[in-house]
Every structure is written in C-alpha cells, then in structure tokens.
Ligand binder design. Structure first.
Ligand code: ZN
Length: 193
C-alpha cells in the first residue's frame, strides 16, 4: 500500500540517521566511525580543517566532528531522495490518488527537516557543559575573533550549532557543522535532489 511505503521510507531515514549519530557519538575509539566514513565515501576532516572548525564552534566534548556527520547525513539524504523519486515514478505510473502524490511531494522537505533536527540534537549532545571559566574564555575569544554586527546587517550565525561565521572568510557553509549559511532560493515542495 502506497501510504505505508511513504511512512516506511521516512521511518527508514530516521532510523538510519539515529544509528549513524550513535556511531558518531562513540567516535573516536575503534575504527567504527572510520568505517562509516568509508562506506559513505566521506573524506575525514583533515587536522588543519578540524582545528579551524573547532575555532569556529567549540571543542566537542566527545564524538565525531559535526561536519563529518553532516557529510554522511547528506549522502544518506541523497540515497533516500533517489528512493523517493523511484517511489514517485512507481506511484504515478500506477495512477495513485492525488492526496498520496501530494504527501510524496512534501517528503523531500520533511527529510530535510529531519536531517536538521538530528544534526541539532547531535551538536547539543557533544556540546561541553558550560563552566564559568569556559564562558569567559569563549567570550574573550569570540570578541577577538568575530566581527561585531554592523549596523543594518545581521550577524551570520549558524542556525544549527550557533557558531558565528569567521571574520574575513567567505564561507557559504558553517565550518563547524557544515550547514549552509545562506539560504538558496526557495524551492517548491516538489523539489527533489
Ligand atoms: Zn554550524
């Protein structure tokens, strides 16, 4: 039944993200995370890049860098996008009712939202507990490193992890978690990658 297949796909996506985030949390320690990166064809974030990433956000208390997890998530999202496209083709060919196709049209956006929610939860999980010394250190580092907000402009801050964009960089993605800092043009609900 078509509705079930849709739910199945969405549940499968959620389960995959959950399992991968759990493995990311356990990294490093054992080659488990390295295996995940290899499986999804994701290059480990190189040392220098990792240092820059940490400067942008915070030193994770544990787990793989969010940037790596997002790259893995993006690969999973692409795979599920292909599954959704195949499902749409199949349902259209079988003359599925309009409401089913309508739900399917919203699926891409739903998967994107699930990905962002899971990323945010991961970032929260690896965020070190705030200590008073840490807060002062962060404040000092932040005022040195980041441009003050210019009048009439909004400070670019990552919606996922809260990191500010590094001064003097032209990055379109957060260095820490990889979230796009600029929204692309709004696409319709039917948009599928
Ligand atoms: Zn971020």
């Amino acid at each position: 039944m078509s509705m079930d297949k849709l739910d199945e796909l969405r549940d499968g996506f959620a389960e995959r993200l959950e399992a991968l985030a759990a493995k990311a949390l356990r990294a490093p320690g054992g080659g488990e995370w390295g295996e995940v990166l290899r499986e999804y064809g994701v290059e480990p974030v190189v040392r220098a890049g990792a240092a820059a990433a940490v400067a942008c956000g915070f030193q994770p208390a544990r787990g793989a860098l969010p940037l790596e997890l997002r790259k893995v998530f993006t690969a999973v999202r692409a795979a599920f996008g292909r599954k959704a496209a195949a499902l749409r083709e199949d349902l259209t060919a079988r003359g599925a009712p309009a409401n089913v196709l309508h739900r399917l049209g919203k699926l891409g956006r739903q998967l994107d939202n699930m990905l962002e929610e899971r990323m945010s939860a991961y970032v929260e999980a690896i965020r070190p507990k705030a200590t008073l010394g840490g807060i002062f250190a962060n404040a000092a580092a932040t005022s040195l490193r980041f441009k003050p907000a210019e009048s009439g402009t909004t400070t670019l801050k990552c919606q996922c992890c809260g990191a500010a964009r590094l001064e003097g960089t032209n990055m379109r993605e957060c260095a820490f978690c990889g979230m796009p800092l600029f929204k692309d043009e709004e696409t319709g609900d039917d948009h599928e990658r």
